[in-house]
Design a protein around this ligand. Structure first.
Ligand SMILES: O=C(O)CCC(=O)C(=O)O
Ligand SMILES: [Fe+2]
Length: 229
């Protein structure tokens, strides 16, 4: 595992290499052996249940996803190694949304919303991509983050509630802006030059699979509420 990088927005942190190359291949193989659901513009798989504002009825995660989730969850036993502290052992993740993007596909800017506890961890598999963060009104791009394969991007705090995130549906990402584009960005222009400028340096998109790991709010039991009075 290598270091983590705090990004421009409060609560936005990128961890590099949270899994090995072998784990990456094995995970994609395991997912490809399962059923993908076509939705508009990409394919998905959903594990853990149906998130709902009133809470989710939990369906246990398959073992291979549970193992990934435990890497992100603080150790229950002192001395357990190789764990990140993104989720607390007392409230571990219970939901994994798997997204598959082919080159040219993306996800519209959105907030993850109130069905989940306000922490999302996104593990990238198979290829790098770029995620952009916009102000909540969707008008201004604030930052672009390079999501390298095998990295984990964590959004909490402001990054979860104050900004929208999304992936442009493009065939290549700008990885080094030319001077002109850089100055436009500094002036607050959006990053519309993704595919258009001949001076910038680009990286071609390839098939990417991502795991969005969260804790969906749990459905409260139907038990009798005990009063303190
Ligand atoms: O695939 C990604 O990196 C983003 C997914 C996402 O934003 C989501 O599942 O809510
Ligand atoms: Fe999201």
């Amino acid at each position: 595992m290598t270091g983590c990088q705090a990004l421009e927005i409060d609560g936005l942190v990128l961890y590099a290499n949270v899994i090995s190359e072998q784990q990456e291949v094995a995970l994609v193989d395991q997912l490809d052996a399962r059923r993908w659901k076509e939705i508009s513009g990409r394919r998905v798989q959903t594990y853990g249940g149906l998130p709902h504002e009133k809470g989710m009825v939990e369906v246990p995660l398959p073992d291979f996803l549970q193992r990934v989730c435990s890497v992100l969850t603080s150790a229950e036993i002192e001395g357990e190694r190789g764990r990140l502290n993104i989720f607390d052992a007392n409230s571990p993740p219970n939901h994994v949304l798997v997204n598959e993007y082919q080159p040219g596909q993306g996800i519209q800017h959105h907030v993850d919303g109130p069905c989940y506890e306000p922490v999302a961890a996104i593990i990238s598999l198979g290829a790098d991509t770029q995620m952009t963060f916009k102000t909540i009104d969707g008008k201004r791009a604030v930052t672009r983050v390079d999501l390298e394969r095998r990295s984990c991007l964590v959004m909490s705090g402001d990054a979860y509630v104050q900004y929208m995130h999304g992936i442009e549906p493009v065939m290549r990402d700008c990885v080094a802006s030319c001077e002109k584009c850089t100055s436009l960005q500094h002036e607050g222009e959006t990053n519309d030059h993704h595919e258009s400028c001949n001076e910038c340096e680009y990286r071609a998109r390839a098939r990417r699979v991502s795991l969005t790991i969260r804790r969906a709010k749990k459905r409260k039991g139907f038990g009798i509420k005990l009063s303190n009075t």
